[in-house]
Design a protein around this ligand. Structure first.
Ligand code: PHE
Length: 468
């Protein structure tokens, strides 16, 4: 295993290896499955603008903070806060580990769907788009796919950092991008592409309600793998020679770029299938699963099967580099703090998370009571258990984690220590504009804005109280 100066825990072989692995963590179902339906449900371009603003203004500094904490301490999130004498702040590390459990528990179910769709496409079953509901309701089958997915994830994590995670990310990302770009150009040629693009790119600000704001914020954190210590953990394998601020900039640009082109691909396709009637599109978690098979069918039987199966295969791989990072967080914790061997820890934690994911697995049709739960006063109608976990983890825990991490680096760890760690591998940082920008955002903007949105989200989602 390649080392980069970290004490025996393994490390990325070089800067590019780290960027690719972190980008592999960031790019996943969040970009290609979740982002388009969140945009659709959030009214189109208005959501997009909020999302972009949150990613670049708030999330990028939080990403720098996470990687810096990780590299400085060489530890998992809980160990990192302890090492920096974080006191009560250590709770964020724990919150991160719980978020990792929750997110992976439902994420793995959706990854199982993607993998199942790959198998359907191989057989040329384009009708599966219309049967999405019965597909997900067949819990034995999708449960089996989920089990395979979790096992592959556990296997990769058990092999450690440069052995498994890095190698997987190296060639899958470029392949996925080429695929999305190809489909995007195809989508541009279809009838009604213009209506789809204007829904996606021309904002109607009257669409912005508070739930659009918090969904965009939750999506920004989720998509960038932030707020739960995934990047503290990955940062702990980064070399002192690397430039953290530029690495974080590449990861952010890459992740946001892929989500953006996924939208450019999806909305013309949706417009094509709905004959330009964007008001009628039903978003929700089924969006890509319902829409894409019909599009692949339009390519003709041979091309349709090839493109359709490659697409869902690559989507499964993109999900895999994310599930690996989600599992890595609790596994690093167990390995570091409980001194359990990496391989045993990986299988144990993966098994536990799979078990926690069973209600999510059953909540898309298999169990009526789990499929529509009236537990969130802030959400109209019932929510599926799988979505409920998303509301709790993505929209509440991650931004809260980001808020506390910002406060921690500046006020507890102290700005000068934080800056000194960034300067390693980046001598020009001192006195730069970026230094001022990061300091101002992490000292004031991120804590205040994130705390306000967190409080309003909490009241809105869980108590149905809307102040804005
Ligand atoms: N960012 C991943 C995605 O977009 C999901 C993820 C969230 C991974 C949090 C790690 C931590 O699919």
């Amino acid at each position: 295993m390649a080392m980069t100066g970290n004490s025996g825990r393994g490390g990325f072989s070089n800067k590019l290896g780290f960027i690719l692995a972190a980008a592999g963590s960031a790019v996943g179902l969040g970009n290609i499955w979740k982002f388009p339906f969140e945009v659709a449900d959030g009214g189109g371009a208005a959501f997009l603008i909020l999302y972009l603003g949150f990613c670049f203004i708030l999330c990028y500094p939080v990403m720098v903070a996470e990687i810096t904490i990780g590299r400085h301490t060489n530890k998992n999130p809980v160990g990192a806060f302890k090492a920096l004498k974080g006191g009560g702040f250590t709770i964020v590390g724990l919150l991160g580990i719980i978020s990792g459990f929750l997110i992976l528990s439902f994420y793995n179910v959706v990854a199982g769907w993607a993998f199942g769709y790959f198998l359907e496409m191989v057989q040329g079953n384009f009708g599966i788009g219309q049967e999405f509901g019965s597909f997900t309701a067949n819990w034995q089958r999708v449960g089996f796919y989920g089990l395979i997915f979790m096992a592959i994830t556990a296997f990769i994590v058990s092999r450690g950092i440069s052995g498994g995670i890095e190698k997987a990310a190296r060639f899958l990302m470029p392949a996925l991008i080429i695929m999305i770009l190809g489909l995007m150009f195809y989508a541009f040629t279809l009838p009604h592409a213009g209506e789809g693009l204007s829904f996606y790119l021309v904002p109607d600000f009257s669409e912005i309600t508070f739930d659009v704001v918090y969904s965009a914020l939750g999506q920004a954190f989720f998509s960038l793998s932030l707020g739960m210590g995934a990047l503290i953990t990955y940062g702990s394998y980064v070399s002192k020679k690397d430039n953290i601020v530029s690495s974080a900039a590449y990861i952010t640009l890459f992740d946001v770029g892929i989500a953006f082109i996924a939208g450019l691909m999806m909305f013309p396709l949706v417009a094509y299938l709905s004959e330009g009637d964007m008001a009628s599109i039903s978003g929700g978690p089924g969006l890509i699963f319902v829409t894409l098979p019909g599009v692949f069918e339009s390519l003709g039987p041979v091309l349709g099967i090839i493109i359709g199966s490659v697409f869902f295969l690559l989507l499964s791989f993109a999900a895999l580099t994310s599930t690996v990072s989600l599992l890595e967080v609790p596994v690093a914790y167990v390995v570091d703090e409980w001194k359990i061997k990496r391989s045993a820890a990986s299988w144990l934690v993966a098994g536990l998370i799979f078990a926690i994911g069973v209600p999510s697995l059953l909540s898309y049709g298999a169990s009526a009571s789990l499929s529509s739960m009236n537990v969130l006063p802030g959400v109209e109608g019932g929510v599926a258990f799988l979505d409920l976990v998303g509301f709790i983890a993505n929209d509440t825990f991650l931004p809260l984690g980001g808020c506390i991490i910002s406060i921690f680096v500046i006020y507890k760890w102290k700005r000068k220590n934080f800056d000194a760690e960034i300067e390693e591998g980046n001598p020009g940082f001192k006195g730069s504009f970026l230094q001022k920008y990061l300091n101002i955002t992490l000292s004031y903007i991120a804590p205040i804005v994130l705390a306000i949105i967190f409080l309003l989200t909490f009241l809105n989602l869980y108590f149905g109280i809307t102040l804005l």
